[in-house]
Design a protein around this ligand. Structure first.
Ligand SMILES: Nc1ncnc2c1ncn2[C@@H]1O[C@H](COP(=O)(O)OP(=O)(O)OP(=O)(O)O)[C@@H](O)[C@H]1O
Length: 256
């Protein structure tokens, strides 16, 4: 099949399409706050994009709109080749369970469930039987081998974060959306945590879209979008450093 023959729902199209396309998205809340102002972003498969900026810049709104958790006021978003706005709520929920992984500051682990059951929850919610060898291999990869039978309360904060990471990738999604994912960790632990995220998605070929205020968390990305006032004000390509990113953020908002 050549490019002209590929249709939006054919496997060939899905393989070629970027992991995420945000096309001219604006979001105006009922309060009148313009959180996103005509934002366009394309995230190629397997690439790690960080969204960095000061509080209120629109980072969370961008991640939520891109992931289909929130509806843009105008513009469109595609994830894994699928136009989110065209899906019914049921189809959107399916897409979120199997083609998208999430990592938030609050891990929302199920306290009564074992680590293994927490990790495999997205699969079970989607009616898919977990492959136990894969779950064991994943647990090993994130440093949780030997912890699969424990309850979350028996784990350290970093270990709980690793459970959330494994849960985000267990369905081998096309993309992981992360909103201030290291927010519950000590700042000292954040760098290593995002390093592990990077290692895991590099191994599995997933794209990442990660929103953060912390330049050290954004620095390992392939591309950093600097946001201010609901717009992508600047883009920094890898390699870069936290110090350079912090300098660029300050330059965007003089007097802050
Ligand atoms: N539900 C909402 N209702 C009204 N305004 C909102 C809502 N959510 C966000 N906003 C406003 O939209 C703008 C962007 O918010 P957003 O949370 O996306 O920024 P952010 O860059 O993620 O900030 P932070 O780093 O503090 O999380 C802000 O002015 C915020 O007050």
């Amino acid at each position: 099949m050549n490019a002209a023959e590929a249709t939006a729902d054919s496997p060939q199209w899905m393989m070629r399409s970027p992991a995420v396309v945000v096309d001219r998205v604006s979001k105006i809340y009922p309060t009148g706050a313009r959180a996103l102002d005509d934002v366009s972003v394309t995230v190629a498969r397997g690439t790690f994009v960080a969204v960095l900026g000061p509080p209120g810049a629109g980072k969370s709104t961008l991640v939520h709109c891109a992931a289909g958790l929130d509806a843009p006021t105008s513009g469109s978003t595609r994830v894994d080749g699928v136009e989110i706005g065209a899906l019914s709520e049921i189809r959107r929920a399916e897409l979120r369970r199997l083609r998208v992984g999430f990592l938030f500051a609050a891990h929302n682990l199920m306290p009564a469930m074992s680590v293994a059951d927490n990790i495999t929850l997205p699969l079970r919610l989607a009616g898919t039987a977990p492959d136990h060898d894969w779950v064991r291999a994943l647990a090993e990869r994130v440093g949780l081998a030997g912890r699969l039978a424990h309850r979350p309360v028996e784990l350290s904060g970093v270990e709980q974060w690793r459970v959330a990471l494994a849960r985000a990738v267990v369905a081998r999604p096309a993309v992981v959306f992360a909103d201030e994912p290291t927010g519950a960790l000590h700042p000292r632990e954040a760098g290593a945590a995002v390093g592990l995220l990077r290692e895991v998605v590099d191994g599995l070929g997933q794209a990442v879209v990660l929103a953060t205020r912390d330049a050290a968390v954004a620095a390992p990305a392939d591309r950093v979008l600097l946001m201010a006032g609901g717009r992508v004000a600047d883009t920094v390509e890898a390699p870069t450093t936290a110090a350079e990113l912090a300098r660029r953020v300050t330059a965007l908002a003089p007097g802050r």
